[in-house]
Design a protein around this ligand. Structure first.
Ligand SMILES: Cc1ncc(COP(=O)(O)O)c(C=O)c1O
Length: 373
């Protein structure tokens, strides 16, 4: 019999904390550590967004959990302008950044379908898909990628499909940058009676063709998840949203009200302004594109490894033989911190993820240290 003690949940080390031992090596450089590990934006959000944050006069009362009318109208307005998708404001709601939504979703979906216990997620992926399943006491089952990097839906065991509470897709993918076939994911979900959640937080940084949403394939059975963190350099504000299937969104809105999931009022007001503006997104896209090219050139000159540009997102992702060995060498020789690929699943252990989230002059500094500027 399993003892209670052996089943007690012990949180695993937070992935980025595992990089702490490299920090002193990198920090010893003149100019200090250049952190290219966590994908945290460094560029400024629009001034009008900060003005809205300071002047909304919404501090006193509790904000609506689902989002203010103004925020939900800004969300549907953005979906219409950006993707030509027509949703009602009842089909969208706010979340406190998308991480909490990803991490808590399996609990709510399990309460809705207690006979099911499985979360399907991309095999090499943002770790919170798996962690959300673990936190809910569910099974996390990894779906392998096809050669093109999309979900290999044919590889899903029918027994797992029957037990599935939901399927996650993430396009553009963190960390691989691959674009998924969202139409195929939506069709698979409908055919198998499994809701599909599509994490689209990098959609504004799509390099191969147009940015795409799963909602282009209809909203029945699918929910798109978005974030202002990357689009508008507002990771510190904590505003995201989810949109799609009327019944699922309504269920999540109601349950999340009971939990007290509230985006602060001033943050909601600022998000309204950010969603209405596209100019800053165009500027940010240009910055990331330039930095991806600069960093790919620097690292391939230094290492001799051919480094592909991603189809989307702001990460370089490449096979370095051994992710940890490469990360240590780069900290020692270039004073830069990057993520070993096993942070994103054992299938990524040979890889390295480089987040181009530092100003251009900091990336040039790394190239100078490596002797390839
Ligand atoms: C794929 C993916 N989803 C969700 C998030 C969470 O972002 P936020 O909570 O800031 O919206 C991240 C953050 O890096 C991410 O990479």
């Amino acid at each position: 019999m399993t003892s209670a003690a052996s089943t007690r949940f012990v949180p695993p080390p937070y992935p980025y904390d595992r990089l702490d031992r490299f920090k002193p090596m990198a920090a010893a450089f003149d100019g200090g550590l250049v952190d290219l590990s966590i994908g945290t934006p460094c560029d400024p959000p629009p001034a009008a967004v900060l003005a809205a944050l300071a002047t909304s006069d919404s501090e006193r009362g509790y904000p609506p959990s689902i989002g203010t009318d103004a925020l939900r109208r800004a969300i549907t307005g953005w979906l219409a302008r950006r993707f030509d998708i027509d949703l009602s404001t009842d089909q969208v709601a706010a979340c406190i950044g998308s991480k909490e939504f990803v991490a808590t979703l399996p609990q709510w979906m399990r309460l809705r379908a207690p006979e099911r216990d499985t979360v399907l997620h991309p095999a090499v992926a943002y770790p919170t898909y798996e962690m959300g399943a673990i936190l809910a006491g569910c099974r996390a089952v990894a779906v392998p990628p096809t050669a093109a990097g999309s979900l290999d839906l044919d590889a899903i065991d029918p027994a797992d499909a029957e037990r599935a509470l939901l399927l996650w897709t993430n396009s553009p993918s963190n960390p691989t940058g691959a674009l998924d076939d969202l139409g195929a994911a939506a069709a698979w979900g409908r055919a198998n009676g499994v809701p599909v959640f599509s994490d689209e937080c990098y959609v504004e940084f799509t390099w191969a063709g147009q940015g795409r949403t799963i909602l282009e394939h209809g909203s029945h059975g699918v929910v798109a998840v978005h974030s202002l963190s990357k689009r508008s350099n507002l990771a510190g504000l904590r505003v995201g949203f989810y949109a799609g299937d009327a019944e699922i969104v309504d269920y999540l809105r109601e349950v999340r009200k009971h939990v007290g999931m509230l985006v602060p009022g001033p943050a909601q007001a600022a998000a309204v302004v950010a969603l209405a503006d596209d100019t800053h997104v165009v500027e940010q896209r240009q910055r990331y594109r330039r930095r991806l090219e600069q960093m790919a050139t620097t690292l391939s000159r230094w290492s001799g490894i051919e480094i592909p540009l991603p189809a989307g997102g702001f990460y370089l992702w490449f096979d370095a033989g051994d992710g940890w060995v490469f990360a240590e060498r780069l900290a020692t020789d270039g004073g830069a911190l990057v993520s070993p690929g096993d942070f994103y699943g054992s299938g990524g252990s040979q890889n390295i993820r480089v987040a181009v989230v530092q100003p251009d002059d900091r990336l040039t500094l790394v190239a100078e240290r490596l002797g390839v500027a």
